[in-house]
Every structure is written in structure tokens, then in C-alpha cells.
Write a protein that binds this ligand. Sequence first.
Ligand code: F6R
Length: 241
Amino acid sequence: MNIIKTENYDEMSNMAANKIIEMVRTNPKATIGLATGSTPKGVYKKLIEDHKANGTTYKQATTVNLDEYVGISRNDPHSYHFFMREQLFSHIDIPLEQTYIPDGMAKDLQLECSRFESVIQDLDGVDLQLLGIGHNGHIGFNEPGTSFESRTHVVTLAESTRKANARFFPSIEDVPARAITMGIATIMESKEIILLASGSSKAEAIARLVNGEVNENFPASVLKLHKNVTIIADKDALQFI
Ligand code: F6R
């Protein structure tokens, strides 16, 4: 794993955005894997700024997102569909039909997981996948104990994850109990992965990722088995490295 240490959140966001911009400029039909949560917001802001200032186009690009809550409609402000439209898609020129996010309202969730998995296979995999990391080492919503062989599946969110995400909802009771997530094996098939981390609250997770062993109890540790992973993190997140 390569590790890039940045001075702060802004520099981390800039570096990751530049990698995405470079990717779509050299390969306009690239498939970019996206994450939600607080960490990538700065990256999306930079992509929008660059699109407006320099005209980088996403007309031929495709995006796939890591996850979505079960039981929340795409127009609900708490959904990841809504988040992605607000934070990125509505401000760049990507056609919405080229943006794929699991449908947490699907009647048959298993079928939806297979459909999403086929979308990724049909696209010939993800060229560049952006990841955040949970305090417990989750990537996507693959919580500790998830098999490294897993494909897109329905998960029950860990209590700690629901607590961490309660900040986006009126109260913790409103945080859905389940989500659909890209599986670990699916994530590992991405040709290139960038994991972002910012702030001291992520320092222990990053230290465990970098110094710990590869173990299903710490999902992000699987990334050590991937050939092309870059951690871009600010100095607070890297304070124990
Ligand atoms: C979100 C996702 C999660 C987040 C993680 C960190 O799509 O896949 O794994 O990346 O929970 O979230 P933040 O960035 O809010 O600290």
C-alpha cells in the first residue's frame, strides 16, 4: 500500500480529486467507484470546481456507489442517492443513467444485490474506487466478520456504525438497521483503490490497517492483498504511523 500524508483535509481532497480528474481525462469512459459519508465531500467539491473552471467532462464516464440504506427512498434527503445528487451529480455533466447506486427500496433485495453485481461485471469492473474507513475498519458497509469472498449483499449495520451515522439523522432510532453494500471481493476487483482518512478520530483505524494483520475482523485489512492501493490521509489520521 502506498501512503500519502497530507497537511490537512483540503490537501487530501485535492489529491484524490486530481487522481479522478486525471483518470477521466485519460480514459473518458472510466468507471469510478464512489463513497458517501463526510470524508469524500471535499473531493466532490473539488471535482465540481474543476468541472466548472476547466470543463472536465463526465459525459461518457460511469459511476458506481458502494452502498445504500435499506428502506429509504431515493428522494429522502438521508438516502445516498440524494447525497450523491446533492454533493456531485447535479453539478457535473454526468448523465444520471450512468450513475449506479444499489436500490434500498427494491422489493426483492437479493435480486437487487445480484443486479448490482452484474452491473459492475458488465462494466468490466471499477477502474478507480474511492473508499472511506469506519472506526471499526468497515469499508463500504462491510462490517467486521464479513467474508473476504463476499459479493454485493444486504448487511445489518453494527451499532457503532449506526451511532456514527446518527449525526445525519434526527436521532439514532431513525438510522436504518440494514443496508446494501458492495461486497469485499467486489471491492477487491477494482483496478485501483484510494482510501481516504482525515482527522484524529480515524488514527486508530489507520494504524490498525497499516500495522495490523490481515483479518476478517478488520475488513479494511484486506486491502493489503491488493496490488494498487493508495491511502491518502492527513497528518492527524496518520499520527500513529
Ligand atoms: C460510505 C461508506 C462508509 C464510509 C465510512 C466512513 O459510502 O462506504 O464505509 O466511508 O463509514 O464514513 P465517514 O467518511 O463519514 O467518516
